[in-house]
Ligand binder design. Structure first.
Ligand SMILES: NC(=O)c1ccc[n+]([C@@H]2O[C@H](COP(=O)([O-])OP(=O)(O)OC[C@H]3O[C@@H](n4cnc5c(N)ncnc54)[C@H](O)[C@@H]3O)[C@@H](O)[C@H]2O)c1
Length: 306
């Protein structure tokens, strides 16, 4: 039977797709978020609890009657986390450790946590990054994610939690915010929609592993429903350069413009592509969407927005 699931951060980009996939599988869903969804009205049949997940009384309330927890909330993104590491530690690490302590005395065993395949390894030493690659993050966001992973492991070893840590690569797709600080594909498509110029930091050779958000959400739900536990990379397993993204974005939108190249950013690792064989084997999952088809679907969604 589908677990009654608390989705922390369920009004966010990835969380909202996890909510959709859970509902499609017949699960009862409660969302804990500090704000409503940005791109659609509240969903019928979904219970919403609004507030901060660092508020322990709210966590107790939100956990009532729940079998499983998906944690997809973060108060920071890689690009800004170094500006205030103490706030990163307080808002994410301390709040999550408190959540873990509360879970010890609750019937919830399954926790799926969204970590970051793009930051926890630091600068990759291999072409394709396996889960056993050393973790030497070079920003506060990655350090906090790594620390949270370790606390989750401690709960598994000492208190019987059955966690799945998903180290997501670079998700993109409908409902991604377009602030320009995270998510290059969404940023480009929104800019092109507004007939603005698109910018490339560096020479465009930086390679990332882009995963369509619905493929990622599908993996999150398999992780919630299946018995496997542990740490898994969650990407497409394929690398694309920023120049590839520019090309596909221009082809998809039919816009006749050129990207502006600016100087590179120190915190961008040159290349990261994840090895996703462990997730394939454990969950019988595989990413389905090609970059071209995913961009086309995202572009349709962007155009449907006012
Ligand atoms: N988007 C990416 O590129 C990416 C890549 C790897 C990992 N991740 C991780 O996946 C998770 C989801 O990312 P996203 O892109 O969907 O982000 P998002 O900002 O779109 O969604 C996060 C949601 O969490 C909520 N939230 C944040 N802090 C909260 C708090 N203190 N209390 C209650 N709600 C809070 C936000 O309101 C938002 O709705 C995060 O943990 C993020 O670190 C994201």
């Amino acid at each position: 039977m589908a677990p009654r699931t608390l989705v922390i951060g369920g009004c966010g980009f990835i969380g909202s797709h996890v909510v959709d996939h859970l509902r499609a599988r017949g699960a009862a869903v409660r969302v804990l978020d500090r704000r409503p969804e940005a791109f659609r009205p509240p969903l019928e049949g979904v219970e919403y609890v609004f507030g901060d997940f660092s508020d322990t009384s709210l966590i107790y309330e939100a956990l009532e009657g729940v079998d499983a927890v998906f944690h997809g909330a973060s108060t920071t993104v890689p690009a800004t986390s170094n500006l205030d590491p103490v706030a990163d530690i307080t808002g994410n690490l301390i709040a999550t450790v408190r959540l873990l302590e509360i879970l010890r005395n609750k019937p919830v065993r399954k926790l799926v946590y969204l970590s970051s395949g793009g930051t926890v390894y630091g600068i990759p030493k291999t072409e394709r990054v396996h889960e056993d690659h050393p973790q030497n993050p070079i920003n506060s966001y990655g350090i906090v994610k790594t620390a949270i992973e370790k606390y989750i492991y401690m709960e598994q070893e000492l208190h019987g939690l059955q966690p799945v840590i998903l180290r997501a690569s670079n998700p993109y797709g409908p409902r991604q915010g377009h602030t320009g600080i995270q998510g290059i594909i969404g940023t480009y498509l929104w800019k092109l929609h507004r007939q603005e110029l698109i910018e490339v930091w560096g020479d465009g050779c930086v390679v990332r592993d882009y995963i369509y958000v619905k493929d990622l959400a599908g993996l999150c739900v398999e992780a919630l429903m299946q018995p496997a536990t542990g740490c898994f990379n969650a990407g497409s397993g394929t690398g694309h350069s920023v120049n590839d993204i520019v090309r596909v974005a221009l082809e998809t939108t039919g816009c006749e413009t050129q990207a502006i190249y600016k100087s590179g950013r120190a915190y961008d690792v040159p290349r990261i592509v994840l090895d996703i064989e462990r997730a394939r084997a454990a969950f019988g999952w595989h990413p389905r969407m090609s970059l071209e088809a995913g961009l086309a679907e995202t572009w349709s969604w962007v155009q449907s927005q006012r």
